[in-house]
Design a protein around this ligand. Structure first.
Ligand code: HSE
Length: 308
């Protein structure tokens, strides 16, 4: 039985201005998965630790993503999937994306990489569709490509890997409440004013340029969301207070991570990132809610093999 044990990173989707198109890959938090090829010609979820998730492959994002891959592979093979969750569901740091991306990456690896990373993104998006009703790629793309990614187009799927300025460090505070992506998508308006759209696409261009130019001031000016954040931030206790403290402490910018409730910052340098994380922590203690805090480099390689 061929098998691979992998680390599958958490991700920050949207990055403020880039709803459904921008994402970043984290380094210090993620799930583990063990994927094996078997001669059963069945897809089975054989172990789940760290979360209560369905073992039924039709109802589990990892199962659905692997089904999409095997449909394209056209040969009958058996796959066993073990999932060790560290990323909580409804956390805003790509929990369903990690399971979907890890499963297809592992199977593809064991088959000798018949599919490109872009194709794996498309398979993993089927898992996202099951999880949230919408096949968005802004978590699965950075998990699979690593670094920062831009979904330039969904149809056809076109994903650009963006450069990672060396000193960029992310912090993420994860309040221990669950916000379902489907619910966070339900609060968004379907129409956007031209004035707001102009601000938003200016910021997306600015952020992408800032990453290419290593221009931390430009990155900072561009980390602004005038469309989604005002509607979603009410779902997150003390969002505005944390954002104010993070910005005062020197963060380049602060926003909702994916669909929340996690709040992320980007920072120049580890020293600032630690100061910002402390400030976020002090502020969040006032809420009386439990929370986790993470400090992470941007992971430029994505999924990593722990054991072959
Ligand atoms: N772009 C998606 C959203 C990410 O914000 O709904 C969900 O993690």
């Amino acid at each position: 039985m061929k098998s691979v044990h992998i680390f599958v990173p958490a991700t920050i989707a949207n990055l403020s201005c880039g709803f459904d198109v921008l994402g970043a890959c984290l380094d210090t938090i993620g799930d583990e998965m063990k994927i094996s090829l078997t001669d059963t010609s069945e897809i089975r979820i054989t172990k789940i630790e760290g979360a209560k998730l369905p073992y039924d492959v039709d109802k589990n994002v990892a199962g659905v993503a692997v089904m999409a891959l095997l449909k394209a592979y056209k040969k009958k093979i058996g796959v066993d999937i073990e999932i060790y969750k560290n990323i909580k569901a409804g956390s805003g740091i790509g929990s369903s994306a990690a399971s979907s991306a890890g499963a297809v990456w592992g199977v593809n690896y064991l088959l000798g990489n018949p599919f490109s990373i872009l194709e794996l993104v498309a398979f993993a998006m089927e898992g996202e569709k099951l999880a949230s009703g919408n096949a968005h790629a802004d978590n699965v793309a950075p998990a699979l490509f690593g670094g920062f990614t831009l979904v330039r187009s969904y149809a056809p799927l076109d994903i650009i890997s963006l450069p990672v300025p060396k000193e960029l460090i992310a912090t993420v505070i994860h309040p221990q409440i669950e916000v379902k992506t489907a619910d966070a998508r339900a609060v968004i308006k379907q129409n956007v004013s031209l004035q707001k759209a102009i601000q938003q696409w200016g910021n997306i261009g600015g952020l992408v340029s800032g990453l290419f130019m290593n221009d931390y001031d430009l990155i900072s000016r561009s980390l602004e969301d005038v469309i989604i954040e005002p509607l979603r931030s009410i779902l997150i206790p003390s969002f505005n207070e944390v954002k104010n403290m993070a910005n005062k402490s020197g963060a380049l910018g602060c926003g909702i991570s994916g669909s929340g409730p996690s709040i992320f910052t980007l920072n120049k340098g580890m020293k600032t990132a630690k100061k910002v994380a402390d400030a976020m922590e002090n502020e969040y203690q006032k809420t009386g809610l439990d929370f986790d805090i993470h400090i992470s480099k941007i992971n430029t390689t994505g999924i990593k093999i722990i054991k072959n």
